[in-house]
Write a protein of this length. Structure first.
Length: 183
């Protein structure tokens, strides 16, 4: 049931992934689910860059090198994490948004549509036994140096994905009643 799937969805981090590869067909299926997200005025602003195999290592090197370039006191643990997270992942999807060139709707609506596309992928990952995690490091502002981004396209973060072995603990939420006002 969809409610159970929604409650089961979690962030599963690259350190938790095993070495099982993710097949291209699996990623294609996730991207197809993303493509069915709601989109006002049918702008379909979501764009994705899929990073697999040796390109994951190149992404990690870029991120760690850029971090060391821009931070006056880089931390070794962060350098290592930036290098290792892409390599540990079965695949990394760069989450990008293409702004409508006519700006026919507010930017926040295109951001929301892109986030809904990611949620579609995330729920499908949960159903398929894949872990994933949306990371939005400050370094995403430099991703035009790694990816070929179109005019008006920007990177919003990375969806790290991988299979995992350990059980993911349940989460909790405060009651919805605390967040709703009935009028």
């Amino acid at each position: 049931m969809i409610f159970d799937l929604i409650k089961k969805r979690r962030s599963v981090f690259p350190a938790q992934y095993n070495d099982r590869p993710i097949e291209k067909e699996t990623v294609e299926r996730l991207l197809e689910a993303a493509n069915w997200a709601p989109t006002h005025k049918k702008t379909e602003p979501w764009r994705f860059k899929v990073v697999m195999r040796e390109k994951k290592v190149a992404l990690g090197k870029f991120l760690s090198d850029k971090y060391q370039e821009i931070d006056s006191k880089p931390k070794q643990i962060k350098i290592r994490k930036l290098q290792e997270n892409p390599a540990r992942s079965g695949a990394v999807i760069a989450i990008c948004m293409q702004r409508d060139p006519n700006e026919s709707l507010p930017e926040w609506e295109e951001l929301a549509a892109t986030a809904m596309a990611v949620q579609n992928m995330w729920l499908c990952c949960t159903e398929m036994g894949l872990g994933c995690y949306w990371s939005s490091p400050g370094l995403i502002t430099y991703m035009d140096e790694f990816f070929d981004l179109n005019d008006g396209e920007k990177c919003l973060g990375f969806l790290y994905m991988g299979y995992y072995d350990d059980a993911i603990p349940p989460s909790s939420r405060t009651p919805i009643e605390d967040k709703v006002e009935w009028l």
